[in-house]
Design a protein around this ligand. Structure first.
Ligand SMILES: Cc1cc2nc3c(=O)[nH]c(=O)nc-3n(C[C@H](O)[C@H](O)[C@H](O)COP(=O)(O)OP(=O)(O)OC[C@H]3O[C@@H](n4cnc5c(N)ncnc54)[C@H](O)[C@@H]3O)c2cc1C
Length: 507
């Protein structure tokens, strides 16, 4: 076997996955067809639950330090509206501004530092699942074609995934006909920024801040901080190549079609163009071949895809590692499809709803948006929407499970003898953690039977959410003992959870 895992595609998903695998000693080869990293401006930042995971890994500072500017105001676009999360004390939706090329550079450094091999200019053109052990990957490399024998392949090769096609995994859904353009430009001659964010354009008049729907599409502008933000959305049959950046002339023509004016535009600072689809792969797995990121799902609204793809990677990595290292219980790899498809369904729910909000025109559409904004002004709906956007609301666990099961382990201060760490930090090892918050020796002892996979930590907190938490390497709570739960029910349930997630004990 040449390597343990071949990751196809050096976007945020593949790079995150390669780093996660390499950090726990899995021999990982990442193959990327482009000879050089892409400089095309796509996502403008990291948002949602992935920030919590990077924080738990002690890595968030690295991404914060690289951010392009100040924290964005915690107002996020949602279906042609803005949701204002500033009214919440503890918003579930957070973001770090970090243009995608810079994000990919940091993730690539992280993967290589940990021992993954990244080959650029090497395109995957074929796959063969040989037997129960091996997949052969056919690669067109810089020096000609060659095969790679591996135990697993993960297609992180984007929305038009070759790996998905080669594995024959259906990708049903809808492609929407709108093309959206989003740009930031300098202020040109003849345009004055108004205090309310609108523009005064010589020879045209005032253009208000915010969205304007016309019969040809939607236009929005904002003049702030010495730059102008411009957005258009219109129905267009043209198929654009994501690798060909939008020009100022293309944007200007779009503004003219939608708004019917010639808007002067300054120098381009950020130019992006995109279309929307709502699609999801029927399965994220075919034998030893897996899909993650855009290859597995496409969402019809912005700000959520990078988060979803990087969380796919975190979910899959420790399960693949368990299979490579030989301890994964039967069925562990199938939980990847089940868990991440369920999460993507929640993301499809709110992003499809955003399409309806965005596309509804005329007085009825205005009324729908006004009512929606009124409801989103209340704390509970705003919290729920924030959790959906962050990817932390992935539906309720089974009725018998503790309500914390499936949730991300929130960070909180812990008191441990001679130390005062936080929950974040316990997961840096890449192993699972059994966190005993109530001196439950009866429940601590069995976890000691998985010493290579589960760290056991005893601590106290001010208000304990449970007596014991079993936290997976990806930060999700696998099992919890309710406060004062008798050992008679908790002990067999814990043993079951340990073997379901971490296989047979090693002692
Ligand atoms: C204009 C624009 C703006 C966006 N804004 C946001 C945003 O604000 N927030 C957000 O979360 N998302 C945003 N997105 C979406 C986000 O960019 C994608 O969801 C993200 O890049 C997906 O990451 P990925 O790693 O799954 O796939 P990709 O980034 O598509 O990476 C796939 C990689 O696989 C490589 N590849 C393909 N085929 C092969 C092959 N056969 N062999 C080897 N390599 C191959 C490709 O070259 C590519 O590098 C935006 C997208 C666009 C186009």
């Amino acid at each position: 076997m040449d390597v343990d895992v071949v990751v196809v595609g050096a976007g945020p998903t593949g790079l995150m996955l390669a780093g996660e695998l390499a950090r726990v000693g899995v021999r990982t080869l990442l193959l990327e067809r482009r000879p050089e990293p892409s400089e095309v401006a796509k996502a403008g930042g990291l948002a949602g639950q992935i920030l919590q995971l990077l924080h738990h890994r002690g890595e968030l500072d690295r991404f914060h330090a690289a951010k392009a500017g100040p924290e964005p105001a915690p107002r996020f676009p949602f279906g042609g509206l803005h949701l204002d999360f500033t009214r919440l004390n503890d918003s579930p939706m957070r973001a770090v501004l970090l243009p995608q090329p810079r994000l990919e550079q940091l993730l690539a450094e992280r993967a290589v530092d940990r021992g993954a091999e990244v080959r650029r200019g090497h395109e995957v053109v074929g796959l063969r699942q040989e037997d129960d052990e091996t997949v052969t990957v056919e690669v067109r490399g810089t020096d000609g074609p060659y095969p790679v024998a591996t135990r697993f392949v993960v297609g992180c090769d984007g929305g038009r995934s070759r790996v998905r096609d080669l594995a024959g995994i259906p990708f049903p859904g809808t492609a929407f006909p709108e093309i959206e353009r989003l740009a930031s430009v300098t202020v040109p001659e003849g345009v004055t920024l108004l205090d309310d964010g609108g523009l005064d354009v010589r020879g045209v008049g005032t253009i208000p801040f915010g969205y304007t729907a016309t019969e040809h599409g939607v236009f929005a502008c904002s003049g702030m901080g010495g730059t102008i933000g411009v957005y258009t959305a219109e129905v267009e049959a043209t198929e654009y190549d994501d690798d060909v950046p939008m020009s100022v002339e293309e944007l200007s023509a779009s503004v003219h079609r939608v708004l019917g004016i010639d808007l002067p535009l300054g120098e381009p600072l950020r130019m992006t163009r995109f279309g929307y689809s709502a699609k999801q792969a029927d399965s994220y797995r075919d034998g030893r071949v897996f899909l993650a990121g855009d290859a597995a799902h496409l969402f019809p609204a912005g700000g959520v895809a990078v988060n979803a793809g990087m969380l796919d990677a975190a979910n899959l990595a420790w399960k693949l590692a368990g299979s490579v290292q030989g301890w994964a219980p039967p069925g562990l790899l199938d939980t990847y499809t089940a868990e991440r498809r369920a999460a993507a369904e929640r993301t499809l729910l709110h992003t499809r709803a955003q399409v309806a909000l965005r596309r509804a025109h005329g007085p009825t559409g205005d009324a729908l948006r006004a009512l929606f904004l009124e409801l989103a002004g209340d704390e509970q709906p705003l919290l729920r929407l924030g959790a959906l956007m962050a990817g932390t609301d992935v539906g309720a666990p089974s009725s018998e499970a503790h309500p914390l099961v499936g949730a991300f382990a929130t960070d909180q201060a812990l008191r441990v003898e001679h130390r005062d760490p936080r929950v974040a930090g316990l997961l840096r090892s890449g192993r699972a953690v059994l966190l005993d918050l109530a001196a439950r020796t009866d429940l601590r002892e069995p976890a000691g039977l998985w010493p290579d996979r589960v760290d056991v930590v005893t601590a106290t907190v001010d208000e304990r959410p449970a007596d014991v938490l079993l936290v997976r390497p990806d930060g999700l709570i696998a099992w919890a003992a309710a406060v004062d739960e008798p050992g008679a029910t908790a002990l067999p349930a814990l043993r079951q959870a340990l073997s379901t997630w971490f296989g047979a004990s090693s002692v």
